[in-house]
Design a protein around this ligand. Sequence first.
Ligand code: SAM
Length: 379
Amino acid sequence: MMENESGACGTGRSGEYREAASEAIAGLAARIAEEIRENGPIGFDRFMGLALYDPAGGYYARRTGQVGREGDFFTSVSAGPLFGLLIARHLTQFWEDCGRPDRWRVLELGAHDGRLAEDILDHLPEDALAALEYAILEPLPKLAAAQAERLGDRVRIAGDAGDLEPLPGMLVANEVLDALPCRLVESDGSEWNELGVACEMVRGLRSASEEASRFTYQSLGPAAPLTESLPLRPAGYRTEVRDNFESFLKPLSGLVQRMLWFDYGFERDDYYADSRAEGTLRTFHKHRADDNPLQSPGELDITAHVDFTAFREAVEACGGQVIRFENQSRFLTEVGREWLLSLEGRTDPDALKLVRNFQTLTHPGQLGSRFHVMEARFD
Ligand SMILES: C[S@@+](CC[C@H](N)C(=O)[O-])C[C@H]1O[C@@H](n2cnc3c(N)ncnc32)[C@H](O)[C@@H]1O
């Protein structure tokens, strides 16, 4: 995920759309407030799950268009078609290594509006394409509709992993793990406590006379055993933990032989380093990053970096084995070596554009070193 260095962009939404969107967002906030009033404070993972995926008001569920210039953030996909082209080369190699089966599958997760799928499909060789089922696992109906509109019968869209039978294949997912709900913990110097979300009614948030709900953090008590693999940190150190990687991976692990995950994050030692005392939780809205996810659930993207050590443990617990963990720059340079050589000597605008695209994806100052690739095998 990248901010736009030039700052906020216009959204081009109509007034009517804005009204419907603010109603959906207000409705979501009211439902979360109601749940807290009835049952007490909720875990941050529950709050994040509702803020992003609530069917009526969730940030990802209620519309498309979050990614790209007109949206809230850029990803490697919005940098241009090259990301898909290079992934297509890796997938073709996989198909060849499997002995060129008559039927094979690419399974994409978090396909958003189908752009990466389109870029991959446009760059697979004819023979690999003829044998391919490109499946997208998409639980959100609005995103599934956008994918169907863009890709038609080039893809199969499934709402649930259980709808797919196993096939030789590879899963591809860009920036999905960072969007999985996480739990929040804070050290008091002698132990970790979990932070949940409470709610208070205040006047003057939206207008002087109207009461509105304001969400606040509240301790839920000792976080153990959630934090058993974390080193204790000084009082006030706040961070995130995901305990849902294994349950998320399990239904996927029987469907493909390989998985390729792109995301930003660190190994555990680095993730919970002394210096990262405020964690990695961020929001994105119109290309601006902020750090208050409690503000306006449904309107902002919420993300936290990936603890790749925890993810590796989940892969192993699901019977898989990590065969690659490296930064995006190294991976794409290796996969694209022959393609890069084929560009040598070309000075035409198309070639120069592709080279710029490659630099965005691989330069350490842009996406190259912040993003990592984890590949796992499940056969
Ligand atoms: C940051 S966006 C990335 C979109 C796209 N892959 C890209 O790189 O531009 C995260 C996406 O992950 C999807 N997502 C999160 N959890 C998911 C899950 N359990 N199954 C499928 N998609 C999921 C969200 O709906 C959202 O579309």
